[in-house]
Write a protein that binds this ligand. Structure first.
Ligand SMILES: NC(=O)c1ccc[n+]([C@@H]2O[C@H](COP(=O)([O-])OP(=O)(O)OC[C@H]3O[C@@H](n4cnc5c(N)ncnc54)[C@H](OP(=O)(O)O)[C@@H]3O)[C@@H](O)[C@H]2O)c1
Length: 317
């Protein structure tokens, strides 16, 4: 089969298509004929940074390094312990995150517990897209912030991969949603269902929002997490996707009973199944800005590295 292998951490020129054997599945795994893989900022981060490769992908010596975690395709074989899927099922999910997902490949061996059935109204591209980014939004809002009807939710980078799912998921739960983006993406954020928009270039969000039940912060800019802390109400939830909370920030939050968490998304078939139900009902959709060919993987990495992607980008296999 064809896979895209990373020769060594560095630039996109280190990614190359290689012919390698189809993976052998373990008893708890299914073999998926992969049709689409979604690209996330972590793909670019792990490709270019040896510390991130070791910490997130955790390679085993002698193995080909194959990036990517978001897959969607057809099950072609199942391991002895697998009962929830059969050959022919269309599935999607986040494979082995953190760990070695090996998703940039025609066939992927995936633990059955990490996958969900792909809804029939959702393309392979849209399903692959709704993996790492959608699970991050779900785990931030549902698992750790216990979102409920009437909550005020501030979502930073609402036009991006995680943000565009977070807006839709928060609306599904009946929240009042405020999304930030540049002015050019205001209409897009409102179209996703946000009740209010804040242009982060011209407005100081922490002066406009001081009583959010939940703030989802995925921005690395200096001081941004302090500003998000000012936007969350006493007893609320502040989720950071990128920046560690300092001891001082933790103390300030604790004094106000604000729950803080540096979230690191994890593979979960249960969460993917919840996402699948929302895709099936039409309450959630993947907005795909661009689909790239397998050979165009470098371009896909260059696009995600801009930090300006609207919705998701996907590579077709
Ligand atoms: N911890 C975890 O488990 C986890 C999981 C997923 C993602 N992440 C991290 O979270 C971040 C977002 O991920 P993603 O997949 O959503 O990225 P993405 O799709 O690349 O996000 C792009 C969006 O970010 C917006 N943006 C950039 N700077 C902004 C700012 N200062 N304020 C508001 N919006 C801004 C852009 O909108 P404009 O063009 O309008 O600026 C663009 O639409 C990344 O750093 C990623 O590594 C962490």
């Amino acid at each position: 089969m064809k896979a895209i292998v990373l020769h060594q951490t560095g630039g996109t020129e280190n990614l190359a298509i290689k012919e390698i054997p189809v993976p052998v599945i373990k008893d708890n795994e299914v073999l998926v004929r992969n049709h689409a893989v979604a690209i996330n900022p972590v793909d670019d981060f792990v490709r270019s940074n040896e510390g991130a490769l070791q910490g997130i992908l955790r390679p085993v010596a002698g193995e080909d390094l194959i990036l990517g975690w978001d897959i969607s395709g057809e099950v072609t074989a199942i391991g002895a312990q697998v009962t929830q899927f059969k050959p022919g099922d269309a599935v999607f999910g986040l494979v082995n995150f953190p760990g070695h997902g090996k998703a940039y490949a025609e066939y992927v061996a995936a633990p059955a517990s990490q996958l969900a059935l792909k809804p029939s109204n959702t393309s392979y591209e849209a399903a692959a897209a709704a993996s790492l980014a959608a699970l991050t939004a779900w785990q931030s809002l549902v698992t750790y912030s216990h979102i409920k009807k009437g909550d005020k939710v501030l979502i930073h980078a609402a036009a991006g991969g995680v943000g565009h799912y977070a807006v839709q998921i928060a609306k599904h739960f009946g929240a009042y949603v405020i999304g930030t983006s540049s002015a050019a993406k205001k209409d897009y954020v409102l179209q996703l269902g946000a009740d209010e928009h804040i242009d982060y270039n011209s407005q100081a969000f922490e002066t406009l929002v001081t009583d959010a039940d939940i703030v989802l912060d995925s921005i690395g800019a200096p001081g941004h997490l302090d500003r998000s802390l000012a936007a969350v109400k006493d007893g609320g939830h502040l989720i950071s996707l990128l920046v560690f909370f300092s001891d001082e920030q933790k103390e300030k939050a604790a004094a106000r009973n604000v729950h803080t968490r540096l979230l690191s998304v994890v593979s979960s078939g249960e969460d993917a199944t919840a996402i699948a139900a929302l895709l099936a009902s039409g309450e959630l959709h993947s907005d795909i800005a661009q689909v790239y060919a397998f050979e165009e993987i470098a371009k896909a990495h260059e696009q995600i590295a801009t930090g300006k992607t609207q919705g998701k980008i996907v590579v077709k296999i």
